[in-house]
Every structure is written in structure tokens, then in C-alpha cells.
Design a protein around this ligand. Structure first.
Ligand SMILES: Cc1cc2nc3c(=O)[nH]c(=O)nc-3n(C[C@H](O)[C@H](O)[C@H](O)COP(=O)(O)OP(=O)(O)OC[C@H]3O[C@@H](n4cnc5c(N)ncnc54)[C@H](O)[C@@H]3O)c2cc1C
Length: 511
């Protein structure tokens, strides 16, 4: 049994730590990920102690027949085919007795976005959701540094490494890595069965159907019905606005300038770090990193006035004007930053916006919100996709838990899933954690303000930075499966009286 959660054939080579790579190693690697699987990988159904309450650890069934009996399948409509929607489509399609459709307003996959951080939390979810082929591909594509671990955090002016972000007890193949949004999206879409994604399908609104389910109304007048709607329509979610019409979307004070370029454009730069580096100063941040093989990424979140940010809303591609603005903005920072900026052919600019996060991620016993539609992060912790994947994983587990196989029920009319109960499990698994994260974003600003208060006293600034800078492991390594198990057990026994619990505790010896 390999560390991937599925069985690895005997002749495969699993190497932990790049120093142990075999001499004849010619296999797939990007910055040497510490794991290489050669040959054929067989998913082994049933690994990970399958049972009715936690059934699918490490199991990746193929696409199941639409129904296992005479009953109609559960119709699941996923609105939005971004990272959250694509992950939901690949994962939920592998549940039994479902008919999954994605409705995406773009006419094709959008070739957009730059660096995405895939945190340890996301790695955990993906290791349980992706097919073996996609998991292996992810290992190949993720960049984790050539000869180093984690992300180096540098002094904004001198480039001195002040601290390093690395998960101390995580093997390298589960460590955080960086990838372009396009490559990550492509990898997720590979796991989606044919004919599931419908492009050019812009959803106008959803309406509750009586007695259950939803109607989906499209911009072009079309109407579809579904038993469950998964709202994955991002920051500007129309579905969220239906339920929370007063929720405002506001500019967060920073613009994300970003550009991925071919490695050839930057590799001549003397002193270009071989790691992933971040330079931080009082709320502003620059990232420089390789991504999947052949791709280099520049990303910054720079403070800009709201007035200026407004001019960028519809003009993302900045050309020379953007480059010149960045050169001026970063003229006092570590010179390597401007060396990279000078080599960029273009830069894209996105004002970072957000809205209050949803307190509850479910509505009408038939709608589940996932990803930015529920909790737009505006770049916080680089964890947007990590939260989205945890949502999807929790939703999938919750549905699975309520599945009634046709062999266990004689009634042809019995619905294959108890959607309201599944949604309750889902909401309880996610809402407390997400509310705490939203609070932490505010708390972290207190520390940023404390460091900034050192002003131009550089020595004191560094002292305060080292004192307060911390990685929120409880966020970045959150294990959604563990949380789901905790919630599921409580929900299952929640109607038991205290008397019954005390009686059981007194009669049953041991655990
Ligand atoms: C074009 C783009 C580029 C991005 N680039 C970066 C980046 O470089 N770095 C980074 O950290 N994050 C980036 N993000 C954000 C990142 O993808 C999210 O923060 C996060 O991963 C959660 O993804 P999501 O699927 O919830 O939302 P999104 O990725 O925003 O996806 C939402 C999807 O829903 C679709 N949609 C919206 N409304 C409707 C509707 N009414 N009907 C049907 N479909 C609809 C959208 O077209 C989109 O495909 C980008 C997002 C987008 C859309």
C-alpha cells in the first residue's frame, strides 16, 4: 500500500525525499516532488476501512451507471465550471444513482489566471478525490522548489530570507505546491465524464420547486429542473444574490497584478531565486515562482486607491502602462523584483474584491454553495481553491452517507438520497470552520498593523515581523474528512437522550 491511499504495484518506485532519487531516474518530476510512480497504478476499491459512515477513502470508482435500480437518479446541477465546479463535477459524478450536469456561462474553458497555491489542506482533499492518473499528473505539475522546501519569505527591500513556510510533519508529496490556474483546471476537467459540462449556459436564477428540488432558469429562457443545485458561480454569484440581496461586493484595497510567462523570458536574470519567494511589506506582497515545467509566474497584491482600481474593472490587460506602473511602485523593493517585471511582455490587473461570507452554505433543502460563491477570499492565505476543494469533498461525503442503494429498499419510488439530511451534514462540516477563518483574516490585520507601526526603523520592523509572522496551519492543513467524521457521529446520535448515552456509557466496557 503506497502513501497515496490506493494500492501501488510491487514494481513501482516510491521515493520520499529528492536525495534518495535513483541514479537512473528519468521520470516525471517538477522541482523534484519526492514521489515517482512508474508503471501501472490500480485503484483498489475498498481500501481505507470502508464502512457505511466513512466509505470512500482512497477509493476511486469509475463512472457508475446512472441508476442501479428502477428509480430515477438524483439530478445534480452544478452552476459554474471554475475550479470548484470542475472539482464537484468530477467527484459527484462518481457517486451512485446520480445524473450530474455543469452549466458554465463561458463558451469554452477560459485561459485565464496565474499562480494558484495548492495548500496541504487541498492536497488532502485532492488525494481522496482525484483519479490516480490526475493525482500523478498533479505531482508532476506542482512546483515545490528545486533544492529547497516550502516558500521563503524575504525582506521586502534586501531580499534576506526572514522565515520559511513549510508544514513540518508533512511528506513532500503532500506539501503545498504552486501551479497555474489553467493547468489545475485542466487536470480537474480530465476527471469529468463526457457530456457533463454544458458551456454557453448562463444561469439567470434558481427557484424552489414544490414539493422539492429547484428550477434553473437560463438567460436564454431555457428551464431545467434538478433535485440538488450546487452553486459554484464564484465571487459574483447570482445565486447568492438571490438569497442575500443586501450582500455588498467591495474593493479590498489591493490590486492583484499577475502574469505567467515562458521560463525562457526570465531565466537569463542573474540571481533569480530557484525557490518560491514572497516579499511582504505592510499588507503588500510579491510572489516569484516557477510553476509547472516551463512556466514562470509573477504575482503581486499591491495597494491602490479605489478610484484607480475602478478604472481596471473592465481592462485587465495592462500592457506597457502596467509594467511602468509596477516599476515605479516597486522601485525601492528588492531589485530582483523589477528585473522580472522588466522581462514581462504584459501584465494583467485584477482589483481584489470580496463580500461577507455566507453563514450557512445551504438553502431551500436543495441548494449547496461551494467555493468563492460562498466565501470569496480575495487572495487571503492563497487558500481559495483549498476551501473550494474541501467544500466539494464534504458535500460528496455527505451525499454518500445518505445514499440508499436500490438493493436495500424495496420501494421503487424511494429517492436514492436524503438531500436535506446530506445538506445539513455538509453545512455543519463547513460553516464553523469558515466563520473562524473569516474572523482570522481580521485578527491577522492587527499583526500587520503592529509590524507596520515600526515605520522606517528597519531593525525594529524585522524584529516585529519575526515576532508576529506565522503560518496559520489550522487553516492551511485543515482536514475536512476528519471534521466531517466528527460532525457525522454527532448528527447520527443527536436525538439520543442523555439517559440513553449515560446508560450505554455505563454498560459497555471499553471502547
Ligand atoms: C478567470 C479567472 C481567473 C482567476 N485567476 C486566479 C489567479 O490567478 N490566482 C488565484 O489565486 N485565483 C484566481 N481566480 C480565483 C480562483 O479561481 C478562486 O478563488 C477559487 O479557486 C475558487 O474557485 P470557484 O470555482 O469558486 O470560482 P471561480 O474560479 O471564480 O469560478 C466561477 C465560475 O462560474 C462561472 N459563472 C459565473 N456566473 C455564472 C452563471 N450565472 N452561470 C453559469 N456560470 C457562471 C464563471 O464563468 C466561472 O467559470 C480566478 C478566477 C477566475 C474566474
Amino acid at each position: 500500500m503506497g502513501s497515496l491511499g490506493y494500492q501501488v504495484e510491487d514494481d513501482l518506485d516510491v521515493v520520499n525525499g529528492h536525495k534518495e532519487l535513483p541514479k537512473d531516474y528519468k521520470g516525471l518530476s517538477n522541482g523534484i516532488n519526492g514521489i515517482h510512480i512508474r508503471g501501472h497504478v490500480e485503484p483498489t476499491p475498498g481500501r481505507g476501512r470502508p464502512n457505511h459512515f466513512y466509505p470512500i477513502t482512497g477509493v476511486y470508482p469509475g463512472v457508475l451507471p446512472k441508476t442501479t435500480g428502477q428509480r430515477p437518479p438524483l439530478k445534480i446541477a452544478i452552476i459554474g465550471g471554475g475550479l470548484a465546479g470542475a472539482a464537484a463535477a468530477g467527484t459527484l459524478s462518481r457517486l451512485p444513482d446520480v445524473d450530474v450536469k455543469v452549466y458554465e456561462r463561458s463558451d469554452k474553458v477560459r485561459e485565464a489566471g496565474a499562480l494558484i497555491g495548492v495548500m496541504v489542506s487541498a492536497m488532502r482533499s485532492l488525494s481522496r478525490m482525484l483519479s490516480p492518473a490526475s493525482w500523478e499528473r498533479l505531482q508532476y505539475l506542482l512546483y515545490r522548489g528545486d533544492d529547497c522546501e516550502g516558500i521563503n519569505h524575504r525582506h521586502w527591500r534586501t531580499g534576506e530570507i526572514l522565515t520559511n513556510a513549510l508544514s513540518p510533519h508533512t511528506p513532500r508529496h503532500m506539501q503545498e505546491g504552486r501551479i497555474s490556474r489553467i493547468a489545475l483546471h485542466d487536470l480537474l476537467v480530465r476527471d469529468v465524464p463526457d457530456d457533463v459540462i454544458n458551456y454557453s449556459s448562463s444561469v439567470l436564477r434558481v427557484e424552489k420547486n414544490e414539493p422539492s428540488g429547484m428550477r434553473i432558469v437560463f438567460e436564454d429562457g431555457r428551464v431545467e429542473e434538478a433535485d440538488l443545485v450546487v452553486a459554484a458561480d464564484g465571487l459574483y454569484s447570482k445565486i447568492r444574490r438571490k438569497y442575500l440581496p443586501d450582500g455588498t461586493i467591495a474593493y479590498r484595497g489591493r490590486v492583484s497584478y499577475r502574469q505567467n510567462v515562458p521560463m525562457e523570458l526570465v531565466q537569463h536574470i542573474k540571481g533569480l531565486p530557484d525557490d518560491t519567494s514572497s516579499w511582504r511589506r505592510n499588507g503588500e506582497v510579491v510572489f516569484l515562482s516557477k510553476l509547472e515545467p516551463g512556466v514562470y509566474s509573477f504575482v503581486t497584491m499591491a495597494s491602490e486607491s479605489e478610484e484607480y482600481a475602478k478604472t481596471l474593472e473592465w481592462r485587465h490587460s495592462m500592457g506597457k502602462a502596467g509594467i511602468d506602473r509596477l516599476l515605479e511602485h516597486f522601485k525601492d523593493w528588492d531589485p530582483i523584483i523589477n528585473e522580472v517585471v522588466k522581462a514581462l511582455p504584459n501584465v494583467e490587473a485584477y482589483p481584489l474584491q470580496s463580500s461577507p461570507w455566507m453563514r450557512d452554505l445551504i438553502r431551500d433543502d436543495a441548494v449547496a454553495f461551494v467555493g468563492d460563491a460562498a466565501h470569496p477570499t480575495a487572495g487571503a492565505y492563497g487558500a481559495g481553491c483549498s476551501f473550494a476543494f474541501s467544500d466539494v469533498r464534504a458535500l460528496c461525503l455527505s451525499l454518500w452517507r445518505t445514499h440508499q442503494s436500490s438493493s436495500t429498499t424495496s420501494e421503487a419510488s424511494t429517492a436514492p438520497y436524503d438531500v436535506p439530511y446530506a445538506l445539513r451534514l455538509y453545512n455543519e462540516t463547513r460553516r464553523h470552520f469558515l466563520a473562524r477563518v473569516e474572523e482570522q483574516i481580521k485578527l491577522d490585520k492587527l499583526d500587520t498593523a503592529y509590524v507596520a507601526a515600526a515605520g522606517s526603523d528597519e531593525k525594529e520592523w524585522i524584529r516585529r515581523y519575526r515576532e508576529r509572522f506565522t503560518i496559520n496551519w489550522w487553516i492551511l492543513e485543515h482536514d475536512v474528512d476528519a471534521k466531517w467524521q466528527e460532525v457525522e457521529a454527532m448528527e447520527r446520535h443527536k436525538d439520543r437522550s442523555q439517559k440513553a448515552i449515560v446508560e450505554a456509557a455505563n454498560t459497555i466496557v471499553g471502547d
